[in-house]
Design a protein around this ligand. Structure first.
Ligand code: GDP
Ligand code: MG
Length: 167
C-alpha cells in the first residue's frame, strides 16, 4: 500500500530535518534560515509491505502559501494522491500566528493530524512542556501529540509507527 504523508508547519520548525529522519537519508535541505525548501521534496520510505510518500511543504509566504493551500485542498478532495496523514510540526513551547494559520488549514482538511512538538531538546524549562502540551490539546482533535527532536531522532520512531498504522 502506498500512501501520502504530508509534513506541514511554519518555516524553520524542522520539517525538512524530520523528513530526512523519516526516510533515513538526506533528501531535503535544512537550514537555519527559513524558506530553504523552495519545492516540495518527496521522500519515499519502504518498509515491509508499506510505502510512505512524504511531502515536505515549504514555508508560508507568498506563493508558498498557495502551495500549502493546494495541498490541503487536495487532501480535502478525494482524488488520487490523497494525503492520508498529516504531520503538523510545531516548535517547542512556541506558538505563533503562522502556527495558528497552519492549524486552521490542517483541521479543515479532514485528514488525521499528528502534532509533532519538535526541538524538545531546546526547551530549557522542561516543566513548561507539560502545561504547553495540555494547552495544545485544546487547539484541535489530534490523533496524537508527540514531543520530538528531529535533529537527534528522539521519538521519531513513534511518528513512523503512526505512518505504519495509517497506511
Ligand atoms: P523547516 O523550515 O521547517 O524545513 O526547518 P529545517 O528542517 O530546515 O530546520 C530549521 C532549523 O532548525 C535547522 O537549523 C535545523 O538544524 C534546526 N532543527 C531541526 N530540528 C531540530 C531539533 O530537533 N532540535 C534542534 N535544536 N534544532 C532543530
Ligand atoms: Mg524545509
Amino acid at each position: 500500500h502506498c500512501g501520502m504523508v504530508a509534513i506541514v508547519g511554519r518555516p524553520n520548525v524542522g520539517k525538512s530535518t524530520l523528513l530526512n529522519r523519516l526516510v533515513e537519508q538526506k533528501v531535503s535541505i535544512t537550514s537555519r534560515k527559513p524558506q530553504t525548501t523552495r519545492h516540495r521534496i518527496m521522500g519515499i520510505h519502504t518498509e515491509g509491505k508499506y510505502q510512505a510518500v512524504y511531502v515536505d511543504t515549504p514555508g508560508l509566504h507568498s506563493e508558498e502559501k498557495r502551495a500549502i493551500n493546494r495541498l490541503m485542498n487536495r487532501a480535502a478532495s478525494s482524488s488520487i494522491g490523497d494525503v492520508e496523514l498529516i504531520i503538523f510540526v510545531v516548535e517547542g513551547t512556541r506558538w505563533t500566528d503562522d502556527d495558528e494559520m497552519v492549524l486552521t488549514k490542517v483541521m479543515g482538511s479532514g485528514v488525521p493530524v499528528i502534532l509533532a512538538i519538535n526541538k524538545e531538546d531546546n526547551v530549557k524549562e522542561k516543566e513548561e512542556l507539560l502545561p504547553h502540551l495540555q494547552w495544545l490539546a485544546t487547539k484541535g482533535n489530534f490523533l496524537d501529540m508527540i514531543p520530538i527532536s528531529a535533529k537527534h531522532g528522539k521519538r521519531v520512531e513513534q511518528i513512523k509507527q503512526h505512518v505504519h498504522n495509517t497506511l
